[in-house]
Design a protein around this ligand. Structure first.
Ligand code: AP5
Length: 229
């Protein structure tokens, strides 16, 4: 992460649009991104030792153990490029333990890094609808994201990926309402403690309305970034 001067933590419930907004920042602004969810899914599909250890947590919508998360994040940080000087942490930290260790690491290794939390706000019912409609490309090296509910994210040809033409499928942890409800419950269980932790440690938290259209979300986020800088 050498060369990074600013970091944004995208914090929000499953389906809030963290991955979608991150992808827009990567494509339009050339920012760097770490999605711990994507990283773990890659481990699972490649059948690595970490992939085997996290299999149950991912399938059932529980959190991966903090030690494994921190180790994976440190490995990523050591090798990451930061061409535009800004990095997004998408879906990390998710517990106070992760946040504390991360802030200690930043203070020690990147003392000049400016850290901001963006809290993506969306109602639980909207999350249930979005995740029921989410489809992803089954090609492991593509994984583009679509929606059967929202025209903004519809593929050009039904059921096929616009990028590589492969089949679109449902993510395993989106496939049952019970698992999605569990993921939401896990998020709400940690939400208050994490936000308090950031406030107590002087990390700025800014709210972003994630229920608007994607273009509006991106536009509002860009305005927010200018105000923060
Ligand atoms: P992860 O992959 O991070 O899942 P998540 O937090 O549940 O978030 P999602 O990927 O489901 O949603 P998103 O907010 O990125 O939404 P998206 O942009 O796709 O983590 C998966 C699992 O890994 C966890 O359950 C856990 O087990 C483990 N894990 C990961 N990090 C961990 C950590 N730090 N500690 C411990 N365990 C960890 O959008 C959703 C849908 O909505 C899409 O279809 C999209 O097209 C659509 N959409 C997006 N924006 C809009 C919009 N503005 N309007 C309408 N539709 C929209």
């Amino acid at each position: 992460m050498t060369g990074c001067s600013q970091a944004f933590i995208f914090f929000g419930p499953p389906g809030a649009g963290k991955g979608t907004l991150s992808q827009m920042c990567v494509e339009k602004l050339r920012w760097s991104q770490l999605s711990t969810g994507d990283l773990f899914r890659k481990h699972r599909s490649e059948g690595t030792e970490i992939g085997r250890q996290i299999d149950f947590a991912i399938k059932s919508g529980k959190l991966v153990a903090d030690e494994l998360v921190i180790k994976s994040v440190i490995d990523w940080i050591e090798s990451a490029d930061c061409p535009a000087g800004v990095v997004i942490f998408d879906g990390f930290p998710r517990t106070v333990v992760q946040a504390r260790l991360f802030i200690e690491l930043v203070k020690e290794k990147f003392p000049k890094l400016r850290l901001n939390v963006i809290e993506l706000e969306i109602a639980d019912e909207a999350v249930m609808a979005r995740l029921g409609a989410r489809r992803i490309c089954q090609n492991k090296s593509c994984q583009a994201v679509y929606s059967t509910q929202n025209l903004e994210f519809a593929p050009r040809v039904e059921g096929k990926c616009d990028v590589c033409g492969d089949e679109l499928v449902q993510r395993e942890d989106d496939s049952k309402a019970e698992i999605v409800r569990n993921r939401l419950a896990v998020y709400h269980q940690h939400e208050g403690a994490l936000l308090n932790f950031y406030r107590e440690n002087g990390v700025r938290v800014t709210q972003l309305d994630a229920q608007k259209s994607m273009d509006e979300v991106f536009e509002n986020f860009e305005k927010m970034v200018k105000e923060i800088q």
